[in-house]
Design a protein around this ligand. Structure first.
Ligand code: SAM
Length: 226
C-alpha cells in the first residue's frame, strides 16, 4: 500500500508503538498503512458518516488488519474516551471543524499527541489552539502535485502568541518547502488584498489585517534567505 505525500507526512509523525485515533478516517488508509508497517499495534478509525466508515471497513478487511482497528461512527471525538489513544489525527477537514472537534474533547490536552492537517481556515485554527491551551510544537510541509499542505504537531500547553503572519503560515522553519509555501501563501494574501481594494466597498479592517500579514510574510522570506 502506498500513501500519498500528504498522508505520509502525517504517518511519519506517529511514534512507534502508539495507539492512533484517526478522526474523519474515510478510507482508513492512514491506520491501515501504520498497522501494515508495524508502526502501531492498534487503531481507532472514526467517521461522522456511514458511507466513509464502510469504506474504512473495506480497507482494513482488504489489508487483513480489521482485528486491530476499532471502527466508530461518531461526531469528532465523542465516541472516543480519554486514554484510548496516544495520538489523534484529524486530517483533510476545515480548520474550524478541527477546532470544534477539539473543543468538545478537552482531554486531548493531556498526554495526547495531535496531528492536525487543515484544508482551510489556517489562521482560525492556529488562533484557536493558542487561545485554548494547546501548543504547536512544529509543522511539516508536504506537496502533492501543485498543492501544498501543512501538518501541525500539537500538544496541550502554553504557546506564545503568534504574529498575524504566523497565524497564516506558521512559524518560520528551515524546511526545504518553506520558501515555496511562503510564496504560495503570499500569492493568496495578495489576491485577497487586491480583491478588497478593487471592491466598491472595501472592508478597511480586513485590508489593514491583510497588509500586516503580507509584510510579515515578506520578512519571513527575507529571514529564510538569510
Ligand atoms: C476529506 S475526508 C478526509 C479523510 C482522511 N482523514 C484524509 O485526510 O485523507 C473528511 C472526512 O471527515 C469526515 N468528517 C467530517 N466532519 C466530521 C466530524 N465532525 N466528525 C468525524 N468525521 C467527520 C467526513 O465524513 C469525511 O469522511
Amino acid at each position: 500500500m502506498e500513501l500519498t505525500p500528504r498522508l505520509r507526512a502525517i504517518a511519519q509523525q506517529v511514534p512507534q508503538g502508539s495507539v492512533l485515533a484517526d478522526v474523519g478516517t474515510d478510507h482508513a488508509l492512514l491506520p491501515a498503512w501504520l498497522l501494515l508497517e508495524g508502526r502501531i499495534p492498534a487503531a481507532i478509525a472514526s467517521d461522522l458518516r456511514e458511507g466513509p466508515l464502510s469504506r474504512a471497513k473495506e480497507t482494513v478487511e482488504q489489508h487483513g488488519v480489521a482485528d486491530r482497528v476499532s471502527l466508530r461512527l461518531c461526531d469528532g471525538l465523542s465516541g472516543i474516551q480519554a486514554g484510548e489513544a496516544d495520538v489523534v489525527a484529524i486530517a483533510g477537514m476545515g480548520g474550524e471543524t478541527i477546532a470544534a472537534i477539539l473543543e468538545q474533547a478537552p482531554w486531548t490536552k493531556e498526554n495526547t499527541l495531535l496531528l492536525l492537517q487543515p484544508m482551510t481556515s489556517f489562521p482560525d485554527l492556529r488562533q484557536w489552539l493558542v487561545e485554548n491551551g494547546y501548543r504547536v510544537e512544529h509543522e511539516t510541509l508536504c506537496q502533492e502535485g501543485s498543492r501544498m499542505y501543512t501538518v501541525l504537531t500539537v500538544r496541550g500547553g502554553q504557546d506564545v502568541p503568534m504574529t498575524p503572519a504566523e497565524l497564516w503560515v506558521g512559524r518560520n522553519t528551515t524546511q526545504p518547502l518553506r520558501g515555496a509555501y511562503l510564496s504560495m501563501m503570499e500569492g493568496k494574501v495578495r489576491r485577497a488584498l487586491d480583491g478588497q481594494k478593487a471592491s466598491a466597498n472595501p472592508d478597511q479592517a480586513m485590508v489593514e489585517q491583510l497588509e500586516q500579514v503580507l509584510s510579515g510574510m515578506v520578512e519571513m522570506k527575507k529571514e529564510l534567505k538569510a
